[in-house]
Design a binder for this molecule. Sequence first.
Ligand SMILES: Cc1ncc(COP(=O)(O)O)c(C=O)c1O
Length: 379
Amino acid sequence: MKSMRAYREHFPIFKNTVYINSCSYAALSLEVEGAFQRYLKDRHEVGADWIGWCDRLERVRSLFADLLSAKADEMAVTTSASASLSAISSSLDFSGKRKKIVTTDLAFPTEAQAWHALKKHGAEVVHVKETDGMIDLDDLDRLVDDETLLVAVPLVCYRNGALADIPAIRDIARKNGALILVDAYQGVGAVPIDVNEWKVDFIVGGSLKYLLSTAGVGFLYVREDLITKSEPTQTGWFAQEDIHAMLIHDNIPATNARRFEQGTPSVPNLYAVEAGLKLILEVGVENIREHVAALNERLKKGVQEIGGKLMSPMDPNKHGAMITVASTDEYALVAALAERNIIASCRDGNLRISAHFYNNNDDIDAVIGALKDNKNLLA
Ligand SMILES: Cc1ncc(COP(=O)(O)O)c(C=O)c1O
């Protein structure tokens, strides 16, 4: 593996800016740019390369599996995290006594919306409250019972950066016989995930943040034993056991997680996603977590020294790659940083500063310096 400093050279945006916004969209690497160009070249040279595209889809599936230490057969390649959630939600059955879906007040909207949309099929949706910005495990324990079908949690909260204790949440779900789904989008690529340790049922995420590539490709992990027991009604020809059978008098879903897919894959984006995933796997998520943790310790200390209020937990084991700072006007603060060519983002009253392996101490010091000069915008 090269040094993180050498990898930074792969991201031209750092020539002119301090890009520290991977929670929103990753910086563009030369590898991902090259992959998009290769797609266009192939279109000129090969035209309609359906076999090649299907091979690429399978390569992307395997790379997603490697990232989560899952089996390729447990991965569906979708078009967004929302599409992954919809595929799962379309497979849930409310005919038995389990009608409750337990989500959280830290959910990304699309996750909670997927469950609320199921109320017309008899779902009862309840929200676990947050305490000190974290999922309140006592409240979770109180709400999950033998009528709970599914517990859904974000790995990292998009508003404040809080990192969920997945094994503790899983244990609460399991002791009540409920399924568990993790929305890993704000963590995947920056927080190590091993399905053999987590032992959860479903994981959803997408490619454009810490996975370095693009909108248009999401993923869904489904635990092996559940796959053939699940019958998604959100389906299509790419979900069939034989894609080329062209059945119109039946629906015969694949026996692997491909049954959660739908139509033609997002071909140009698969090129980019393959390049992004290869780069992440080459750098290594454990290494990324360690590198970003050191940057974030420097950032948290600096923010505290200038009197800023951290909205993400202080404990490095309780936040993801994103650190959040309370602001009196978060949009004005993002704009003030942008004037200094520092690119960050905001949500819900907080500035979001999200480093990746391509960031360095100079980036952190630039952010702290800009915050110091805009103290009037800190809450
Ligand atoms: C935690 C989380 N879940 C889901 C999404 C939505 O993903 P998509 O637009 O791919 O559906 C986002 C997007 O920011 C997110 O941060």
